[in-house]
Write a protein that binds this ligand. Structure first.
Ligand code: FES
Length: 165
């Protein structure tokens, strides 16, 4: 077994208009933060389909941060309210899959909030470090119940998904 300390791999979906610039500002201001977040720039937090998050986790990420403009300041009017609704649904799905919901984080950060974003990144890295590696691919291969949980999701919610004729 490796004695290397666990370094969480975190994917960050950052909104182009605010949090991506906040990350830039943190860099240019030389604000130190954990280097564990791989940033992916999106035009708006509302662009982040929950399947992107599940795909990131299934592909080996230990956590995912979605960062966007503060409520009321979205450049696409109210897409970040949609982000909030999707985030609640996403946490519900993760719980159903037996995955700790603390592995995903929704963070608001304006372009001027480099220090706040850096602090949020550090906090999330520490939180995921405490949780340990997700190891989704391994857990699925061993079928720790997650494959079954995913298959049973549509059955549990069949009624809600019915489209009236
Ligand atoms: S443009 Fe930033 S969250 Fe929508």
């Amino acid at each position: 077994m490796s004695s290397e300390p666990f370094e969480p791999k975190i994917i960050g979906f950052l909104c182009n208009w605010c949090s991506y610039r906040a990350a830039d500002l943190a860099g240019t201001s030389r604000i130190k933060h954990a280097p564990n977040v791989r940033a992916i720039r999106v035009m708006c937090s509302g662009r982040v389909d929950p399947t992107f998050v599940l795909k990131a986790l299934a592909s080996g990420a230990d956590g995912v941060m979605i960062a966007g403009c503060h409520p009321g300041e979205c450049h696409y009017i109210e897409q970040n309210y949609k982000t909030m609704r999707r985030f609640a649904m996403l946490k519900h799905t993760l719980r159903a899959l037996g995955i700790e919901e603390e592995r995903v984080r929704l963070q608001w950060a304006s372009a001027a909030e480099g220090a706040q974003l850096a602090a949020a990144i550090d906090e999330m890295v520490e939180q995921i470090r405490r949780l340990g590696p997700l190891n989704w691919p391994k857990n699925w291969a061993e079928d720790g119940g997650r494959a079954h949980a995913l298959e049973s999701l549509p059955k549990e919610h069949a009624e809600a998904m019915e489209v009236p004729a």
